[in-house]
Design a protein around this ligand. Structure first.
Ligand code: SAH
Ligand code: SF4
Ligand code: F3S
Length: 433
């Protein structure tokens, strides 16, 4: 039976789709990349903002018509939206045949088989705050970078965020499982690994904390680059900064969500830090690793945000100069605290503020790329450039796409490139022999 998986949302979902592929393959299902030959279409969904849900519901509507020509086709929804909306999904769209929550993927083979035997609709979204999918090695889809889940769930309950409700409580994977998974990945030829969790800095298994974990991964011979997402500013310790700076494989690249530059808003978001604390961390990071690229997430128009408070966010972004910022307009999520706040900001103002942040960041990012000209960077070569067959493309340690003249024998290798130009948000350079 052919299964097609379409993934939305964060890297955690990408990793979960790889996990689901592995679970299904073990039970003799085939994972296919062509939706036209699928017997089962699975949507792995995201609930973080209303837009994310609307998008996938639209996609499901589009694919419904396939059932007319293929009577046996089954459509399933998994992931955060499955967890959040549960059986309601079938009421919203009756062509959805199954809904499976984030802790129940081990049951997917039986659920799918059940649909072909007796059942019309299957739903299993039972929360299991202990599930870590032990002994399942995901099928990594890329060739160069592999995502490795080190923890699941989140305990932070930022007041705007649905994730703690869809993903359940925080739990860390046993350190030995993580190390053996990464060792296996290394044997398969992956040299770049990203450690995943909603809040990796609070990783804790027996006496191993996140700093210790990084040191252990740094010792795995075949792995050459290590990244991790996501860090929480309240938990990013001096120890971790020190280990980042001292470990040759940990890349100079960190995503650290600021969310707001105003202390009152940060408190109402339940973020657990002040704008000063956030600023201080960025300075510590840059002192320890002068070439570090810092990216962030910002929310515009959180309930109660005044013009002055928004301005503080704008000013702090300007002061910090992030390499990139993912900016979002606040989206109320039913069940979260902030959705109940009485002082919601009108959509037009949220959009207006968002636009200002985007424009500011565009200039900063462009400038950040220009600053790279003249530098010599290590590039992990991934592919032939999309624009020219005589050019190769890859990523620098600070996660910037870099293109340079070369041939395909370089793919999979690390090379040194001197940056000569920045065209938009791509670096151009010359190979250094
Ligand atoms: N665990 C990660 C973030 C996961 S969600 C972390 O804490 O860094 C990714 C981003 O989506 C968040 O950082 C936040 O900026 C944004 N986000 C989450 N909920 C949102 C909401 N209700 N409206 C708008 N943006 C939201
Ligand atoms: Fe959401 Fe906050 Fe947890 Fe991140 S840390 S997933 S923003 S609750
Ligand atoms: Fe979305 Fe769930 Fe990730 S809500 S952002 S897919 S954890």
């Amino acid at each position: 039976m052919n299964i097609y998986i379409e993934t939305y949302g964060c890297q955690m979902n990408v990793a979960d789709s790889e996990l689901v592929a592995s679970i299904l393959k073990k039970e003799h299902f085939s994972i296919v990349e062509d939706i036209n030959i699928a017997d089962v279409i699975i949507f792995n969904t995201c609930s973080v903002r209303q837009h994310a849900e609307d998008r996938v519901l639209g996609r499901i509507n589009n694919e419904m018509s396939r059932k007319r020509s293929k009577k046996d086709l089954k459509i399933g929804v998994i992931g955060c939206m499955a967890q959040r909306l549960d059986k309601q999904l079938n009421e919203m769209n009756s062509s959805i045949d199954f809904v499976v929550g984030v802790d129940q993927y081990n049951h997917l083979p039986a659920i799918i088989n059940g649909l072909y035997n007796e059942n019309d609709f299957e739903c299993n979204t039972i929360v299991n705050d202990a599930e870590i999918y032990k002994d399942i090695y995901p099928i990594h889809s890329g060739k160069f970078n592999a995502f490795v889940t080190i923890m699941r769930g989140c305990n932070n309950f930022c007041t705007y965020c649905i994730v703690p409700y869809t993903r359940g409580r925080e739990r860390s994977r046993p350190i030995d499982d993580i190390i053996s998974e990464i060792t296996e990945i290394g044997k398969k030829g992956f040299k770049d690994v990203s450690l995943l969790g909603q809040n990796v800095n609070s990783y804790h298994y027996k006496n191993v904390n996140f700093a210790e974990l990084l040191k252990k991964v740094n010792k795995i011979e075949t792995i050459k680059r290590i990244r991790f997402i996501t860090s929480h500013p309240k938990d990013l310790s001096d120890d971790v900064i020190k280990v980042m700076a001292e470990s040759d494989k940990v890349c100079e690249h960190l995503h650290l969500a600021m969310q707001s530059g105003d202390d009152e808003i940060l408190a109402r978001m339940n973020r657990g830090y002040t704008s000063q604390h956030f600023y201080d961390i960025t300075q510590k990071l840059r002192k320890a690793m002068p070439d570090i690229s810092i990216t962030t997430d910002i929310i515009a128009g959180f309930p109660g945000e005044t013009e002055e408070q928004f301005q503080r966010t704008y000013d702090l972004m300007k002061k910090i100069q992030f390499d990139y910022a993912f900016t979002f307009k606040y989206s109320p999520r039913t069940g979260t605290k902030a959705a109940e706040f009485k002082d919601q900001i009108p959509e037009t103002i949220r959009l207006e503020r968002l636009k200002k942040l985007i424009e500011l960041q565009q200039d900063i990012t462009t400038q950040k790329y220009k600053e790279q000209i003249g530098k010599i960077k290590e590039i992990y070569v991934e592919q032939i450039s999309k624009k020219s067959e005589y050019e190769m493309a890859g990523k620098s340690r600070d996660f910037k796409i870099t293109v340079f003249p070369g041939d395909s024998t370089l793919i999979g290798k690390f090379v040194k490139v001197k940056i000569t130009d920045a065209v938009g948000w791509t670096l151009k350079g010359e190979l250094i022999k």
